[in-house]
Design a protein around this ligand. Structure first.
Ligand SMILES: N[C@@H](CCC(=O)N[C@@H](CS)C(=O)NCC(=O)O)C(=O)O
Length: 256
C-alpha cells in the first residue's frame, strides 16, 4: 500500500509530480526531502491546515484520511509518507536512498515501521499537547466538517480529544513523551556506531526521522539525553535538501 483510487477524479488528470503538503508537517518534510535529494521537479499544492484547508470534500476525495502528504504522479495517487518516499526511491533510484545490503534493507524497513507505529500516540499527541508555532485544535466548525468527512476512528477520537476544552491530558502527554524517549534512545544506540541510521550512507531511514527531530525539538522536546541524535541531526541539517525541504518550509512564508 498505498496507492489508492481517488474519489476526486480531477487529480487523475494531473501530469508530473504533484505534492499536497503543509509546511510544518513532518510527514510532508519526508517527501519534500526525498524530492530534493533526487533533484526532482514537483508542483506544490500547499494546504494551510491551520485554517482547515484540508478539511474539504475535494481533499478527502484525494486522501481519504484527510491527511498530508499526498503525492499525485501522472494521475496516480499515493498516500502515507513512508510509502511515498519508498515509491520515489524505487522509481528514481539515483542517488540511492536505500542500502544495497539485505540486512540494512531490513533495518531500514524497521525504522520506517517504528515511525509509522508511534505517529499518533507519540508524535501527534506530543505536538498537539504542546501546541508549538500556534498549532491548535480544530474550531467547532472545522470539527463538524471533519466529522462529516472523516471515517478513520482513531483520527476522529484524536481530534475530538485534542480540540476539546481540556485538550490532550497530562497522562497522554507523558505517555507520548516516554514513547519518544524510548524511540530516540534506540536511534541514539545506533548512531553511537554509525554516522547515519543504517550505516555510513544517508538513507530513507534518516529522511523519516530527521523531520521528527526537527519538529519535536521546536515543540520543546528535550534531546539532551540522546547526544548522538543531536550530532546526527546537525549532520542532516547541513544537507541542502534539509534547508530546502524542512527549514525553509517550516519557517518560511508557507501559511498565513
Ligand atoms: N501516517 C500518515 C500520517 C500523516 C499525518 O498525520 N499528517 C499530519 C501532518 S504530519 C496531518 O495531516 N495533520 C492534519 C490533521 O490531522 O488534521 C503519513 O505518514 O502520511
Amino acid at each position: 500500500m498505498p496507492r489508492i483510487t481517488p474519489r476526486n477524479r480531477a487529480v487523475r488528470e494531473l501530469r508530473g509530480l504533484h505534492l499536497y503538503h503543509a509546511g510544518w508537517s513532518n510527514c510532508s518534510m519526508r517527501v519534500r526531502m526525498t524530492l530534493e535529494e533526487k533533484n526532482l521537479q514537483w508542483v506544490s499544492h500547499h494546504l494551510n491546515t491551520r485554517i482547515g484547508e484540508h478539511i474539504t470534500p475535494e481533499y478527502f476525495g484525494i486522501n481519504p484520511n484527510g491527511l498530508v502528504p499526498t503525492l499525485v504522479h501522472d494521475g496516480e495517487v499515493w498516500i502515507e509518507s513512508c510509502d511515498i518516499i519508498r515509491y520515489l526511491d524505487d522509481l528514481y533510484p539515483e542517488p540511492p536512498l536505500t542500502p544495497a545490503n539485505g540486512e540494512q534493507i531490513a533495518e531500514l524497513a524497521q525504522w520506517l515501521s517504528l515511525a509509522s507505529a508511534i505517529h499518533v500516540t507519540a508524535v501527534k499527541t506530543y505536538i498537539y499537547a504542546t501546541r508549538p508555532h500556534d498549532k491548535r485544535g480544530k474550531t467547532r466548525d472545522e470539527l463538524e466538517r471533519y466529522r462529516s468527512l472523516q471515517t478513520n476512528e482513531e483520527l476522529l477520537a484524536f481530534h475530538a480529544r485534542s480540540s476539546s476544552e481540556d485538550g490532550i491530558s497530562e497522562a497522554d502527554r507523558t505517555t507520548a513523551e516516554n514513547l519518544l524517549h524510548d524511540a530516540f534512545e534506540m536511534l541514539n544506540t545506533r548512531l553511537r556506531q554509525h554516522r547515519w541510521l543504517v550505516g555510513d550512507d544517508f538513507t530513507l531511514a534518516d529522511i523519516t526521522w530527521v523531520p521528527l527531530h526537527y519538529t519535536l525539538e521546536r515543540a520543546g522536546f528535550s534531546f539532551a539525553p540522546h547526544e548522538h541524535v543531536t550530532t546526527w541531526a546537525g549532520n542532516a541539517a547541513a544537507r541542502p535538501s534539509f534547508q530546502k525541504a524542512v527549514a525553509q518550509w517550516f519557517d518560511g512564508p508557507r501559511e498565513a
